[in-house]
Ligand binder design. Sequence first.
Ligand code: CMP
Length: 152
Amino acid sequence: MERTLVLLKPDCVQRRLMGRILSRFEEKGFNVIAMKMMQVTPDLAKQHYAEHVEKPFYPGLEEFITGAPVLAMVLEGLDVIQVVRDMLGATSGLKAAAGTIRGDFSSSRQMNLVHASDGPDAAARETDLYFSPDEICSYEPTLTPWMKAGDE
Ligand code: CMP
């Protein structure tokens, strides 16, 4: 089992797309094991996007990500890190394939609706940034035997 940090970004909240996008992750079979609405501060934005802080687009990214609340969550499941990245599609909504979340709902490079960790190290680091251990509620859904075979 893997875990990944997902943010439904301010554009997703403002456009009232949270429910539709969360449904995709639930329908796929991933467990939501932590979730909260929160306001990203400039300080948290700089920690989260440390690798982008020196990039020309960072000031706009910080203004965007701190401009309205986000819905932060941790998803758990088999190969969840890569599968969620695949579900999001390319960074720019204009380049993301039809059928992906960004491909279906975004036409922007910055306002691309959802963030998801890009690997195991980022998933661990970002989960620690947004959640304390006591906010994570892992559980075994009763329908697991109908979602995957026992040896998967
Ligand atoms: P995300 O997957 O959260 O990772 C970094 C974010 O920066 C990205 O989604 C976009 O919201 C934003 N981003 C990435 N590249 C650019 C760019 N060239 N111009 C503006 N915003 C960008």
